[in-house]
Design a protein around this ligand. Structure first.
Ligand code: ATP
Length: 364
């Protein structure tokens, strides 16, 4: 179920790199600027159709080249499924799954669940609610088939509602009332799926993945929708109507929900040290992958950029214990491979080291 062969062409400083990762832990090490993060970025791009570093695709295409290509073979039972994505300077994207052109990145995303941990992952706590909704919905996207189409329908409706608001209607008229019935119905469905998923998430997180972490004593994970039921959301839409018209957007609904992580009534970002926050990020992402793997039989991928930064040896061991609990194919970057030996100790997985230098793999 893992990625077995990855080829990256004209992607940042990776002119033409091919490697065969193992179904276990893949360490990508090398000097600053050698191309380690670019390699993770390429794997991420293959699943998400976008970079985690920039929205400007032209900065990704190698200088003086027209098109980048990322290609991989994904094992599904006995089958080796070729998947690929390319993008050129004109902005044309081509996705291919088993030789057939696909128009939907969601198809690739569904096939290859890729999660990422970087030094910027603190955004889960310090960033806005959007980051936390994205985290929750990533899990739902993979385990709840119905969720994606529901989310697309909701977003279409939200756009229509906002367009209506921008026409500055004078009162809460029939047409809006009509749209709002559907808006409330979809909101309710999304909320129910999120809450059910979060219940499952909490039980896996507290009872299994993070059960031995002293860090999580008194940790609370809460979903705040901003309303409790159909009647309350309907009422809030009416009450906030004048304000919504002024703003030109809808202020209540699942697009405004948030997750909070707190300890003793303090948000973790105001309470935990950076090392503790990082450990919590690992625990949350491993939980997510564990659930995806348990419920879909798909193997997920965990990309970890610069693992050793800000983590003491003991915390690295804790990270190793956490990582040992999921079956994900793992890619870890480090400047020196020795810096992560404490992480690797508790993991009884196949291990392979890849040394990157000036955008190329060095066989040592
Ligand atoms: N479009 C591009 N074309 C060619 N080279 C690029 C392009 N974009 C970035 N680079 C170069 O790619 C190199 C690899 O960067 P990358 O971030 O992958 O390095 P890294 O090994 O992760 O380094 P660090 O350990 O410092 O994080 C950098 O030297 C960067 O200048």
């Amino acid at each position: 179920m893992s990625l077995e062969l990855v080829t990256v062409k004209n992607f940042r400083n990776l002119a033409d790199l091919s490697f065969s990762p193992v179904d276990g832990v893949n360490i990508i090490y090398g000097e600053n600027g050698s191309g380690k993060t670019s390699l993770l970025e390429a794997i991420y791009y293959l699943s998400h159709g976008k970079s985690f570093r920039t929205i400007k695709y032209k900065t990704i295409i190698q200088h003086h080249q027209d098109t980048f290509v990322i290609h991989a073979k994904k094992r599904i039972d006995q089958l080796l499924l070729p998947v690929g994505i390319s993008k050129n300077q004109a902005g044309d994207t081509e996705l291919k799954i088993q030789g057939k052109v696909s128009r939907k990145i969601a198809e690739l995303a569904e096939l290859i669940p890729v999660q990422l941990i970087t030094p910027e992952s603190y955004a889960l706590f310090f960033g806005g609610p959007k980051e936390r909704r994205k985290f929750l919905d990533f899990g739902l996207f993979h385990v709840e088939h119905h969720f994606f189409s529901l989310w697309l329908s909701f977003n279409k409706l939200l756009k229509q509602r906002n367009a209506l608001l921008k026409q500055k209607p004078h009162n809460y008229h029939e047409q809006i009332k009509y749209w709002d019935k559907e808006f409330v119905r979809l909101s309710l469905e999304i909320n129910t799926l999120r809450k059910t998923y979060l219940e499952r998430f909490r039980s896996v997180f507290f009872d299994k993945i993070a059960a031995n972490l002293t860090l999580i004593v008194n940790l609370e994970i809460k979903y705040n929708s901003g309303w409790k039921d159909e009647a309350e959301l309907s009422e809030l839409l009416i009450q906030s109507f004048t304000r919504d018209v002024k703003q030109g957007f809808t202020s209540f609904g699942p697009h405004k929900a948030d997750l909070t992580f707190s300890v003793n009534d303090s948000l973790v970002e105001n309470y935990f040290s950076r090392g503790q926050l990082k450990l919590l990020i690992y625990a949350l992402k491993v939980t997510q992958n564990y659930i995806i793997e348990a419920e879909t039989q798909k193997q997920s991928i965990l990309l970890i950029d610069d693992l050793s930064s800000e983590l003491s040896i003991d915390t690295r061991k804790d990270v190793g214990q956490l990582l040992a609990q999921c079956n994900s194919q793992i890619f870890i970057t480090a400047i020196e491979s020795e810096s992560i030996s404490a992480v690797l100790e508790p993991m009884k997985r196949k291990l392979e080291m890849f040394h990157v230098k000036h955008g190329k793999l060095i066989t040592s």
